[in-house]
Design a binder for this molecule. Sequence first.
Ligand code: NI
Length: 399
Amino acid sequence: MKKRTTCAVLSCMLALGAYIPCVEAEVHTMYAPDGRTLAVDVSEIELYKSVGWYYNESDVEVITMYAPDGRTIDILRAERDAYKNVGWYDTAEEVSITMYSTDGRTIRVFRDEGEAYRAVNWYYNIEDVTIIMYDNNGNEHRVYKDNIQSAKDNGWSENKSDVMQLMFAADGRTIYVPKNEVEAYMNVGWYRGGGTIDPSRPMVAITFDDGPGAYTDKILNCLEKYGAHATFFVQGQSVGKYATTVSRAVSLGCEIGNHTWNHTSLKDLSADKISSQITSTNNAIYNAIGAYPKLYRPPYGSYSKTVLAAIPSMPAILWSVDTLDWKTRNASKTCESVFGSTKDGSIILMHDIHSPTADAVETIVPGLLMRGYQLVTVSELISIRRGSISGGVTYSSVK
Ligand code: NI
C-alpha cells in the first residue's frame, strides 16, 4: 500500500511538470502600433484589443491604400478591410486606368478622372479607337482610327473579301487566299467563292420569294459558306416573326425586297391599296433592318401600268429563269432548271418557304460558282450593268 502512495505522489508531480508548459501556452503576445509588445493572458486578449493592441504582428504593419481620386493613406494592415469597404484600393494600379486616343496615344488616369478624359475624346477601350484591317496577305492588324486612310492607301481593307478571295473545293472545303494567288489555286482545282464583284465577269442574281420562313436560315448558311449574295422578296406580314433572319441576310451582303404585305395580286387593286401593300411592307422591312428596300416583286409576276405608276420610286423585279420549285418540290428538278437555263445576267426565281428548295440551293450555289458566275444581289446586278436603278419600270434579266 505504501509503495502505491509514493507512486501516486510521483504521478501527481509528473502531472504538475506537464502543466507548466500549458500555463505558458495560455499567454499570447500582443502588438501595439508604436512597436511595443506585451505577453498577456489569453483571457485578456479581447480587453487588450479594445484599448488598441493587436493580435498579430502583421496587424500593426503600416501599408499604403489608394483612392480613385488619387489620394493615398498609410494605415495599419488590421484596418485594411474597413478601408476597402469604403472604396480604397491596395495598389496604385487598381485606382488608375489606361485610356486610349484614336491617334495611338495612351494615358494612365485616376478612375475618377475617366469621365473628364472621356469628354475630351479619350476612350476606355482600345477597341473604341481601333478597327481590324487586313493586309494584302490577309493578316489581321489593329489600326488606330486616325491611321485608317494611310492603311487604305497601302491596300489594306476593313473587309477581308477585298484583299482575300474565298476559294472552295468540290468537296466543300473553303479557304481564303491572297488575291494574287487565286489563279494558282484555280489551276489546281479550287473555285472562286464570293468576294468583290468583277464587272467584267459573268454574274447572276438568285432570288427567293414568299418568305422569310423556316428554311431561310438554312439557305443563308449556304450563301455564307460560299460568300454568295442573293435577294429575298419578303412578305411584310412575315418579317416581324423572322426579323433576326432578315437582318442576318443583310449582314451577309444579301438584299431584302418587297413582295407585298400578304402576297396580293397588285393588278387587281386600286392605286391606294397598291400603295398601302407596298408601304406597310417597306415599313416592316425598315423596322427589321434599318433601311427601306429598293425593289419590289409583284406576286405572281402580275403587274400593270397602274401598278408601275403607283410605285414610282421602285422597279418591279421579274425573272428570266423560272425554276417552278413551288410546283415540283423536287431539289434535283430545281437544280436542273437552274443549270439548264441560267445565262449571264439571269434573274433566277425560287421560293425559300420550301424545304426541297433549301436542299437544292446547296448544289446550285457552288454549281453556279464553278460555272464561273458571280452570285450578286438584284441591285448589284442592275447597278453594275446599267449604272443606276430606275423606278416605275420592270427588270427580268440584266445582260
Ligand atoms: Ni410569291
